[in-house]
Ligand binder design. Structure first.
Ligand code: AP5
Length: 237
């Protein structure tokens, strides 16, 4: 798929899209491409939490200790944050949840929220859930090689998607940064938390008939093409 096709706007109402996948599976990379096509926002709980940490909010202070260790932030804190964000008007046509839900408790809470009056009036489409499957060794290479632009949020990888000039963002020239939790020690904890707490969501959504599997191991544009198909062909009843 070429860049033009990937970004060609689609005017249908898309509703909620949930991205599942291990740390480094490419959820953020794909969300940024897919939001352009559907004109819907990416809601990354990781980005929202990091923003709260950098602004020193009460939520950020509570979340930081968990994030630094690679553990999940308690459900209540994350759900309260998501509830506020989903009420913004830009979520009316739909939204991509990147990194949420991450526990069965969060998924049950989200099901309840989306079935409530507020969301049923805005958009009664049920969520489509896309799971990006990537092998363990590839996840490790992706996470240790990731660099991010602190200004525009663009994601790079020193092994797979390097910037044109080393350490500088192609878009705005900002110096790229390495995420604090992309150290080998914290990556190991994040992957353990994923296996213990997030993997059960695959069965949870499979039982609901909502799960769409995508091979996340291939080149980003191939993954994008498969994700578009998964979203557009999903049975939304
Ligand atoms: P979060 O920010 O959500 O991190 P994560 O889930 O660990 O996911 P990542 O952002 O690391 O990976 P990604 O799948 O988005 O991959 P990316 O596209 O960047 O969460 C951070 C922390 O916040 C958590 O540990 C937790 O403490 C807390 N938190 C967040 N949400 C929470 C929740 N709901 N509940 C509780 N706590 C929560 O890609 C990775 C790299 O691979 C990049 O370098 C990219 O360039 C490269 N890449 C991407 N696709 C490809 C490809 N197809 N081929 C080659 N390289 C690729």
């Amino acid at each position: 798929m070429d860049q033009k096709t990937a970004t060609t706007a689609v005017k249908t109402k898309i509703g909620p899209v949930i991205f599942l996948g291990a740390p480094g599976a490419g959820k953020g990379t794909q969300a940024k491409l897919i939001m352009q096509r559907y004109g819907i926002p990416q809601i990354s709980t990781g980005d929202l939490l990091r923003d709260n940490v950098s602004r020193g909010t009460e939520l950020g202070k509570q979340a930081k200790a968990f994030m630094d260790k690679g553990e999940l932030v308690p459900d209540q804190l994350v759900c309260d944050m998501v509830a506020v964000r989903l009420r913004d008007a830009d979520c009316d046509p739909g939204f991509i949840l990147d990194g949420f839900p991450r526990t069965v408790g969060q998924a049950e809470w989200l099901d309840g929220l989306l079935k409530g009056d507020f969301f049923q009036k805005r958009c009664s489409l049920p969520p489509v859930v896309v799971n990006f499957r990537v092998s363990y060794n590839q996840l490790l290479r992706r996470l240790t090689g990731r660099r991010t632009c602190p200004a525009c949020g663009r994601i790079y990888n020193v092994h797979f998607q390097p910037p044109r000039v080393a350490d500088a963002c192609d878009v705005d020239g900002s110096k790229l940064v390495t995420r604090k939790d992309d150290s080998e020690e914290v990556i190991a904890e994040r992957l353990k938390a994923y296996e213990r707490q997030t993997l059960p969501l695959i069965d949870y959504y499979r039982r609901q008939g909502r799960l769409r599997e995508v091979d996340g191991e291939r080149a980003p544009e191939q993954v994008t093409a498969e994700a578009f198909q998964a979203i557009e062909n999903a049975d939304r009843v």
